[in-house]
Design a protein around this ligand. Structure first.
Ligand code: KIV
Length: 284
């Protein structure tokens, strides 16, 4: 285990004030959380993207609070020290401020999260403010918000035109005023991300596919390692083709078992001759 200190909100703001970028990754399971803890990733998002990356749905919409809690608990066990954010799934906060507070509270009480994230701008500011008033740090999410992909016209760049960009700037201000400690900008033009980052006073900005100028960067773990077979988004850098390595290993396993070249003597345990002979005698 790493012996680093638990990441706290003041430590994150200190990093930002020193001009040091925040590192942020998605994670959904214990072994990956363990690796991310060893790498000293600052913040971990248990994203509702787990509906696609882990559960094989075509969107994030079917994901439930119970799905999220189970995965967040596993991640917390693997990474006791990262700042852990639970991503609020579809229709767990949109219906009312009350539903938002109740479900945000579940992430804190049942999974040991440090904060929650919810999608949406000014129209969700009262949900975010309610969560913050209940003593739970909350992160906003603007730009490409996957729970609204249908309304946004698909998984595409947001805020390219001036009018739509102005709405995102206004939404960021509304979330900051509502008490967001951070805002994720997903797939917006780099200049828009820079502008919002420069204007942020009481929160920090995280970019995903939105250029270099945010206070920190988020990547989807499965995109980083070629682990999601359905598509590879342009915004993701593939740090290693782990998916290919795993697939090659699986093919090799099937070949070796079929050819009886696995297991080898190193992979099993023997029995002393006298014990074996005694066993045969007992069986007679
Ligand atoms: O669910 C998730 O992983 C997210 C990212 C796409 C930002 O919300």
């Amino acid at each position: 285990m790493s012996d680093r200190k638990k990441v706290s909100l003041p430590a994150l703001f200190k990093k930002v004030s020193e001009g040091k970028p925040i590192t942020f990754l998605t994670c959904y399971d214990y072994p990956t959380a363990y690796f991310q803890e060893q790498a000293e990733v600052d913040m971990i998002l248990v994203g509702d993207s787990l509906g696609m990356t882990m559960l094989g749905y075509d969107s994030t919409l079917p994901v439930t609070m119970d799905d999220m809690i189970r995965h967040a608990q596993a991640v917390r066990r693997g990474s006791p020290n990262a700042w852990l954010i639970g991503d609020m799934p579809y229709m767990t906060y949109q219906p009312s401020v009350e539903s938002a507070i109740r479900n945000a509270g579940r992430f804190m009480a049942e999974a040991g999260c440090d904060a929650v994230k919810l999608e949406g701008g000014a129209e969700m500011a009262d949900r975010l403010a309610g969560i913050v008033a209940a003593g739970i740090p909350a992160m906003g999410h603007l730009g490409l918000t996957p729970q609204s992909a249908s309304a946004l016209g698909g998984f595409r760049l947001q805020g390219k035109g001036a009018l739509q960009a102005k709405k995102i700037v206004d939404d960021a201000k509304a979330l900051e005023d509502a008490g967001a400690f951070a805002i994720l900008l997903e797939l917006v033009p780099d200049r828009l991300c820079k502008l919002i980052t420069e204007r942020a006073e009481n929160c920090f900005i995280i970019g995903l596919g939105s250029g270099l100028d945010a206070h920190g960067q988020l990547l989807i773990y499965h995109d980083m390692f070629g682990l999601y077979p359905k598509f590879k988004p342009r915004m993701a850098k593939v740090y290693a083709e782990a998916g290919t390595v795993i697939q090659d290993g699986l093919k090799q396993y099937v070949k070796e078992v079929t050819e009886r070249t696995f297991p080898k003597e190193d992979n099993w345990f023997g029995m002393p001759d006298e014990e074996y002979e005694e066993l045969i005698r007992l069986l007679k």
